[in-house]
Design a protein around this ligand. Sequence first.
Ligand code: AMP
Length: 174
Amino acid sequence: MTIEEVKANIRDIIDFPISGIVFKDLTTAFKNPDCMKFFEDELYRLYKDKGITKVVGIESRGFIMAPVLGNKLGVGFVPIRKKGKLPADVIEISYGKEYGEDIIQIHADSLDENDVVLIHDDLLATGGTMKAACDLVKKFGIKKIYVNFLVELDFLEGRKVFDSEIEVESLIHF
Ligand code: AMP
């Protein structure tokens, strides 16, 4: 499957969740096994030689491909969730959103200083969520962070928020 064919499987939902947003709905791609195979193969090709020891996924759309890739790499999956969802001891970070602030959490025993971590989410918009996730993961003193998205909205220039030592890759660009 080509990138253009995968793009054709991603649906635009106008004015969701609020007026003025064109929401990139990936569920139409996830239900197509050829698109799933494309995502799995491309992610594996990008990260198979990086020494990744954990794949971290961001709630909730990051929970779809992160475990698939972790399995393929033979490493574990770690969730980052919204405040109040994880049952054991957590560390957390708050970050500014367009309206107010949000808090994300990760289990305090989920990573350590020997880890090389890939953090995955479905889509890069402004980058605020992923930047907070990077800052949260850095608190473990880990060796290196890679950042991945299935889709990047280039016109929002979200990748500018990441420090230069973080490698950011997206499979598909709009
Ligand atoms: P941001 O922090 O602005 O990069 O927003 C990223 C998060 O919001 C991701 O988890 C996306 O799933 C979601 N998101 C933001 N904008 C869109 C969009 N236009 N289409 C689909 N998802 C979006």
